[in-house]
Design a protein around this ligand. Sequence first.
Ligand SMILES: [Cu+2]
Length: 278
Amino acid sequence: MTRSHPRTNGLQLGAMAGALALVLAACSSAATPAPTAAPTAAPTAVPTAAPTATPVTGLVNLAQDVKLGGYLTGAQGKSLYLWTKDSKDKSTASAGVIANWPPLLVTGSDAPTAGTGVTGTLATIKRDDATTQVTYNGIPLYYYVKDVKAGDFGGQALNGTWFLLPVGATASSGAIKGGIAQDTPAASPAASPAAAANAVTIANFAFAPTTLKVAVGTTVKWTNNDSAPHTVTANDKSFDSKNIDAGKTFSQTFATAGTFAYACTIHPSMTATITVGN
Ligand SMILES: [Cu+2]
């Protein structure tokens, strides 16, 4: 029993501690300020991609597309094009044209620079507006205004006059040659083997034949012989193949009479018509 005292004291201390705890608890619960929402880190202005220090003007590089192969690119990997209406070392693109097809320019005394894999001759020509345009093997180079990033080549085969350039494209005797799919003339109907009456071939960024007349109920079959994908898309949206990859086909049965104009959504200059009659 000699330990009863300390034990009693212990209980008393315990009770006191308990009371104190209650007071503290009451006190603290009253005093604790409502938790303020942790301040979210003040949004520090995220620096937009810092422009690369002095951009190299007139840098010509090489990009690869699984379908089209290698083609020349300029700033930020954007596609470069030739224009078949130009001639060797001579741009004929007016101000109206270059509004959509900005020339690849260099400024001051800069010389164009070839990136890895770009063999051939880079040089410059003076434009009528006194700017200096880069040429590749004598071919004036342009961007397409609707291409916004690397890998875009919406200008390919546009109007049948603008083409991407592979390494090795040349201008000779004044003529611009060697663009991707430029120099293979569209198969003339006479030269191609008698096509089935319900078949359309897609080659060299064109439909052949461009007009086809079929009976109601006919299934027309398109075959993409190009290395690039194309679509068969009705102007009235009554049919749409979506992308037809290289070597693939698309079939559409025409159950009602009428004339159906269609185009490739990727290359709007590719147009043709199916006439369905009895
Ligand atoms: Cu197309």
